[in-house]
Structures are given as structure tokens and as C-alpha cells.
Design a protein around this ligand. Structure first.
Ligand code: S3P
Length: 443
């Protein structure tokens, strides 16, 4: 794939597609499969760069991981406590989820491991996992400011704990719950705002004892009992609602469009974007709601819609944290003002997405402003002029968001790093092309 991509005005989008598997669930399926006794089979694994780095890391930690000719992934796990010391550095690429969750896993095994990643991952904050995992007995050594590369010496005698998350982060919660598996007694994570519950659901699916309590003040306490017998399972991974967001918003913005997105994950802790688009007047029908491997799944039918600006409350952020860039694109084409509050965490994603969205939309001629951690987009009812070149900064979601905007703006939009898209959405350009979008390599 060329490094520069340009998207231009598209005719109506139409057709039925299935976007790749859920990134969060894919990482976890590989990790739990690597811990379980016996064989696990994973269907619909996201074969994006992020998840492939996790697959390689699980192999380096001693699990047998292979891809069958039938497109399924097969794992033979080591059993809880059975991970081996990797003989080389674990390179997690661009994947914050892979890096943070695996640090949790290694933390309570008596082994050493060194983690690194690409330029973006090496700039992201890791103290948020070092801190709780150190309380469980792991020892970390890292670059200044808690950045990768970092080495972990896992605890020989891990200690259970009760830990309240200082930031709403599913990655931190998951790292602790993974560490808890090889820790005696009960380990509890308390979260003030519910974050995606894939680890809770998948732990149960693999046979662990997980207790979720709703405390009176609205907090959630998740408790794992150490040393469970995890047994091999089949995991069917839904299409990623975060990836489905790109064709969905494209269809809303390109006049005359109607598309169908098959088997999209509808976990209520992931669907904040769809709720917000609904509030904005989007025509998105949720059809055939069903359950697959413990996760709700549905087909979405999306029709072009006139959108209006809305206020998005800060409490909704955990359920749509990865979707603000594409929501801001929708907001820039809506009528009226959209205020998105509580976006502090957006500054520490694969890039500083808060600034990237603000600057990128400005460059495309949209009216945008920031008020602390609130992003404000003033839509005029028609798409902004476009005609900009956007610096992607190793960030797949920034690349895809602005390519979607380019389908609606009068002037095309170029992004400078197409390769970044492969971290979460391999085949994005081809899939959008099937629906009728014009995304081309730029000279
Ligand atoms: C993820 C959690 C979120 C999200 C990331 C995936 C996960 O990060 O942004 O893309 O799979 O747990 P935080 O937990 O840091 O909010």
C-alpha cells in the first residue's frame, strides 16, 4: 500500500460488508487461550498488526499459536502460572492494549520480560499499569516518565489487593485482572465508570470465577479468585463496532447511501457512538440482535441522514473513547454545535487525538474549538471545504476518520500514512471501495 491516500467525493454508498473482528476481544482471546489448558479455537480474529504482535508475544511466552487453513486460530495454552520466560524483547508494535495487558500477565509469573513498541507506543504512559502491578509485587524498570522500553520482573509471591482505578481504563482493569489469575486469594478492581467488560465476560467463558458487584454509589467492583482452571474454548469474535463506525459515518454523510454492516458487536459498554449518532438524528436500524460467545451482536442498516449537533456528556466517554475522532467528523457535517466533554484520555491514545482532530478539522475549513477537555465542533449543515493533507502520526483512527470526511467534502482529503490503518482495519480501502468509496493512492 502506498503511504499517501486520498479520498474524494463518493456517489451513494451501498452494499453489505462485515468489518474485521473486534480488536479488544481479539487480544484477550489470544491471551486467555494461551493460559487455558487444552485447545482453544478463535473464529474471526482480527488479523491486524496490533493483534498479530500479541499472537507473536503469546508464542514467545510458551503457548502454541497457529493459524489454520480454515482461517481459524488454534491455541494450546500453558495453564495459569505456566508462562515461560521469553528469550527476546517483546515488541508490541503500536498496541497499547497488547503491551499493558501482557505486562499484567507477566507481573505475577516468576519470569523477566522486556517490552518495547513503535515510536507511538514508546511515548505512551505506562505508569498507570506499573503502579498497581508493583503493589502486587512486580518490579518495573523503564525509561524516564514510565515509557517503554520497560522490563518487568514478575512477583514470585504475588499479593492480592483491592485497587480503585484512578482513570477509567479498560486496559488497566484488564492488566490487573490478568495478574490476579496467578495470585492467591481475591483481587478486586473498583471502577467509578464502567469500562468495556470483555475481560469479565471472557474470563467467565473460559471458566474463571468472576464476581461483579454494583456498589451503592454507582461504582463497580470486579473480583477474581486466583488460580482458576481455565479450559480451552471456542471464541467467535464479533465485527468491531469501533471499525464499523467508519463505514457507518461515511454512509450517514454521503447523500443517498444505504449500507448493511453484518454481525457488529453491540456490547452496551462499547456503543456510545451509536447512541450519540441516534441522538443526532442518524437513521441506523439495529436488526437481528443476538448473542455470540457471550457478546451481543447485531446487523446494522445505515442510511444517509441529516444530522444535528448534540451535547455528549463526559460519562459517555468510556463507552466510545475510540470513536471521538469519527464523531467529530460527523459533527463537522451536522447542523449546529456538538460539545464533547471529558476527553482528557484522548490526548494519550496512539497519538494526541484531541489535538489531531482539532487541527485536522481546522485545516479542512471546519469551525472547531477547545475548552479544557471539551471539544466543540460548529457544523453549518454542509460538509466543510476539505482540501487538506492530514498528518496521521502513527494513528490508524485519525487516518480513517479523515478519509471518511474526504468522501463528503467538496475537495479531496489526503492522509500521509496509509500503513497505520493496518493496525486495526486491514482491508479498509478495499472494503470502502466495495461500498463505492473512492480512496486512491496519492502521488
Ligand atoms: C481498550 C481500551 C481503551 C481503548 C483501546 C482498547 C481495551 O483504552 O482506547 O483502543 O481493549 O481495553 P483505555 O483502557 O486506555 O481507555
Amino acid at each position: 500500500m502506498a503511504n499517501l491516500l486520498t479520498s474524494g467525493a463518493a456517489g451513494p454508498l451501498s452494499g453489505t460488508v462485515r468489518v474485521p473482528g473486534d480488536k479488544s476481544i481479539s487480544h484477550r482471546a489470544l491471551m486467555f487461550g494461551a493460559l487455558a489448558v487444552g485447545e482453544s479455537v478463535v473464529e474471526g480474529l482480527l488479523e491486524g498488526d496490533d493483534v498479530l504482535h500479541t499472537a507473536a508475544a503469546m508464542h514467545a511466552l510458551g503457548a502454541k499459536v497457529s493459524r489454520g487453513d480454515d482461517d481459524r486460530w488454534y491455541l494450546r495454552g500453558r495453564g495459569v502460572g505456566g508462562l515461560m520466560e521469553p528469550v527476546d524483547v517483546l515488541d508490541m508494535g503500536n498496541a497499547g492494549t497488547g503491551a499493558r495487558l501482557l505486562m499484567g500477565l507477566v507481573s505475577t509469573h516468576p519470569i523477566n520480560a522486556v517490552f518495547t513498541g513503535d515510536k507511538s507506543l514508546r511515548s505512551r504512559p505506562m505508569k498507570r499499569v506499573f503502579e498497581p502491578l508493583s503493589q502486587m509485587g512486580a518490579v518495573f524498570s523503564s525509561r524516564e516518565g514510565g515509557r517503554l522500553p520497560a522490563s518487568v520482573t514478575g512477583a514470585r509471591r504475588p499479593l492480592p489487593m483491592v485497587y480503585e482505578l484512578p482513570v477509567a481504563s479498560a486496559q488497566v482493569k484488564s492488566a490487573i485482572l490478568l495478574a490476579a489469575l496467578n495470585t492467591p486469594g481475591e483481587t478486586t478492581v473498583i471502577e467509578r465508570e464502567a469500562t468495556r467488560d470483555h475481560p469479565e465476560l471472557m474470563l467467565r467463558h473460559f471458566g474463571a470465577n468472576v464476581r461483579v458487584e454494583h456498589l451503592e454509589d454507582g461504582r463497580r467492583a470486579i473480583t477474581v479468585l486466583g488460580f482458576p482452571e481455565l479450559t480451552g474454548r471456542i471464541v467467535r469474535i464479533p465485527a468491531d463496532p469501533s471499525s464499523a463506525a467508519f463505514p457507518a459515518v461515511a454512509a450517514l454523510l454521503v447523500p443517498g447511501s444505504e449500507i448493511r454492516l453484518d454481525s457488529v458487536g453491540m456490547n452496551p459498554l462499547r456503543t456510545g457512538l451509536y447512541q450519540t449518532l441516534h441522538d443526532m438524528g442518524a437513521d441506523i436500524a439495529v436488526e437481528g440482535l443476538r448473542e455470540e460467545a457471550g457478546e451481543p451482536v447485531a446487523d446494522l442498516v445505515v442510511r444517509a441522514s441529516a444530522l444535528k449537533g448534540v451535547d455528549v456528556p463526559a460519562e459517555r466517554a468510556p463507552s466510545m473513547i475510540d470513536e471521538y475522532p469519527i464523531l467529530a467528523i460527523a459533527a463537522a457535517c451536522a447542523t449546529g454545535t456538538t460539545r464533547m466533554a471529558g476527553l482528557g484520555e484522548l490526548r494519550v491514545k496512539e497519538s494526541d487525538r484531541f489535538t489531531a482532530v482539532l487541527k485536522g478539522l481546522e485545516a479542512c475549513g471546519a469551525r472547531v474549538e477547545a475548552d479544557g477537555d471539551t471539544l466543540i465542533v460548529h457544523g453549518s449543515g454542509t460538509p466543510p471545504p476539505g482540501g487538506a493533507k492530514i498528518g496521521v502520526n502513527f494513528d490508524h483512527r485519525i487516518a480513517m476518520s479523515f478519509l471518511v470526511l474526504g468522501m463528503a467534502t467538496p475537495e479531496p482529503i489526503t492522509v500521509d500514512d496509509a500503513d497505520a490503518i493496518d493496525t486495526s482495519f486491514p482491508g479498509f480501502v478495499e472494503l470502502m471501495g466495495e461500498l463505492g468509496a473512492q480512496i486512491e493512492e496519492a502521488g
